[in-house]
Design a protein around this ligand. Structure first.
Ligand SMILES: NC(=O)c1ccc[n+]([C@@H]2O[C@H](COP(=O)([O-])OP(=O)(O)OC[C@H]3O[C@@H](n4cnc5c(N)ncnc54)[C@H](O)[C@@H]3O)[C@@H](O)[C@H]2O)c1
Length: 482
């Protein structure tokens, strides 16, 4: 079967970039990306490519090449489902907030709603592809919904195949990951449907990198991949804490163990703790699955990865307070980076959220900079309005028990700062002139580098204290001036 019309339900961080790359690599396929979010679609169609709803390196260039030719964004869910012979479900699957499985299980209401829309509006034979990350056996639920449409006597001759095709892209490198994937995973039962999807990918992915599995293995492989990656981050962050206590340096430990080919060198950087929309949610999903099957020790093992991450983030905010003489009330702290990692505007589960909230609870005055995250997004994440110039009075500082925050679009923000906290590894932070910055900060100021961006040797004559994550060497612990 040759696919000519694709519809993707969900124009988010996965749906948007994935479909852009398919459209770019397969000019003969018409790709329609639909979403119920009007504002998001408006941004995908914005003439000014700087206003796309998602920032990813090289994404704007692809959208410019394909949009209006074979790549379209709209809110026309019903119409575009009707004409598609392959439909990707790429909607959000966050952790359930209430009810059965709250706090761990995935909330599948958007997936279910999408499946119902497909059941209602599709025509002829349609291949339905799970692109969202889903709990094992979700395909069964989707198949159940679609089956009832197949059995409907008024809907002549409609039929479906369901495939699992989880997405392994990482935000910040999404286009690179999509163009040169380590593998493409296709889980299913019907080999013709699997071949049809494989045919699309084979336009740019070598055949040997396209793996066929059964549908349940495919669903579980995605959860497992994220659980393993997150586990590595929690592992190295736990070692960072030991380094700080013992005089070792986590960068040296990582280098030493990374050369072991059984371990490998990737994902061994200690940082402020993992964020993003996926790791925590997917591990908790795995925990829920294990608990459901009575595998409580397995559940505890994976849950400890999330617990370690929460502890690590808390550890950083507590450490800041301790280093600043036990109090940050009324002290200006510059936060560099709010996105959960560099090269993305995504702040979901960003370590910056919890760390900033903790510092605000302690009464700090935070000045936040991020090149791609908006002030409005930060306000939503912190659940607190920024302070305006008119409110920025001495009395306010004195009597406002909770701290305050402001946003800055530029880096001219270091005057009288008591501390700088580096949370996201944006390239522009690597170019900061610390001699200049230190002259602007108060005496005995601190720089907290949770991303290992700053090379201590370069700060030799700079009059600030430096703390780097996982650095237990003398310079860090003894608060020596560099
Ligand atoms: N973000 C990542 O890095 C990443 C990587 C791999 C896999 N995933 C998985 O992919 C899925 C999507 O993630 P995301 O980050 O793109 O989410 P997202 O929240 O950015 O996008 C989901 C979009 O789906 C839309 N939507 C929801 N219900 C809809 C419906 N019934 N009809 C039309 N549109 C609907 C929402 O409005 C939203 O724009 C999740 O399951 C996630 O776990 C994400």
């Amino acid at each position: 079967m040759k696919v000519k019309n694709i519809c993707c339900i969900g124009a988010g961080y996965v749906g948007g970039p994935t479909m852009a790359v398919i459209a770019d690599k397969c000019p003969s396929i018409r790709v329609e990306v639909v979403d119920i979010d009007k504002e998001r679609i408006k941004k995908w169609n914005d003439k000014d490519l700087r206003n796309l709803p998602i920032f990813e390196p090289d994404l704007a260039e692809i959208v410019e090449r394909c949009r209006g030719i074979n790549l379209f964004f709209s809110n026309l869910v019903k119409e575009k489902i009707k004409h598609a012979d392959m439909i990707f479900i790429s909607v959000n699957t966050p952790t359930k907030k209430k009810g059965l499985g709250a706090g761990k299980a995935s909330d599948l209401r958007w997936v279910e709603e999408s499946a119902r829309q497909v059941a209602k509006f599709s025509n002829g034979h349609t291949i339905v592809v799970e692109k969202s990350t889903l709990p094992v056996r979700t395909a069964e639920v989707i198949q159940g919904i679609l089956k009832s449409a197949e059995l409907d006597k008024d809907r002549n001759g409609i039929s479906f195949d369901v495939l699992s095709n989880p997405e392994f892209l990482a935000e910040g490198t999404a286009i690179k990951d999509l163009e040169k994937p380590d593998r493409v995973l296709i889980g299913g039962e019907n080999i013709e449907a699997m071949d049809a999807l494989s045919e699309i990918y084979s336009k740019w992915v070598p055949k040997e990198k396209i793996l066929f599995t059964n549908i349940w293995s495919s669903e579980l492989a995605k959860l497992t991949a994220n659980a393993f990656l997150a586990q590595r981050i929690s592992s190295i962050n736990s070692i960072a804490a030991i380094c700080e206590a013992t005089g070792a340096d986590v960068r040296e430990v990582s280098r030493a163990i990374g050369t072991d080919s059984r371990i490998g060198s990737k994902f061994l950087d200690s940082g402020p703790g993992f964020g993003g929309s996926c790791f925590k949610k997917d591990i908790l999903n795995l925990v829920y699955l294990a608990e459901y099957f009575g595998l409580n020790d397995v559940a505890n093992f994976w849950e400890s990865v999330v617990n370690l991450n929460n502890w690590h983030q808390k550890r950083i905010s507590e450490l800041i307070v301790k280093k600043l003489f036990g109090t940050v009330t009324g002290k200006k702290i510059v936060v560099l980076g709010f996105a959960f990692k560099g090269n993305t505007n995504d702040t979901r589960e960003s370590a910056a959220i919890q760390i900033c909230k903790d510092l605000l609870d302690e009464g700090a005055e935070i000045l936040i900079h991020d090149p791609k995250v908006s002030e409005l997004q930060i306000e939503k994440d912190l659940k607190m309005k920024p302070i305006r110039e008119s409110e920025d009075s001495y009395e306010n500082k004195l009597f406002n028990k909770k701290g305050s925050w402001k946003f800055s679009k530029n880096l001219n923000i270091f005057d009288n700062a008591h501390a700088v906290l580096m949370l996201t590894e944006w390239d522009e932070y690597k170019k900061i002139d610390w001699v200049d910055v230190s002259n602007k900060m108060v005496d005995q100021a601190w720089v907290f580098d949770s991303r290992s961006i700053i090379e201590p040797r370069k700060l030799k004559n700079v009059n600030v204290n430096l703390w780097r994550v996982g650095d237990g060497t003398k310079s860090n612990n003894n608060s020596l001036k560099f």
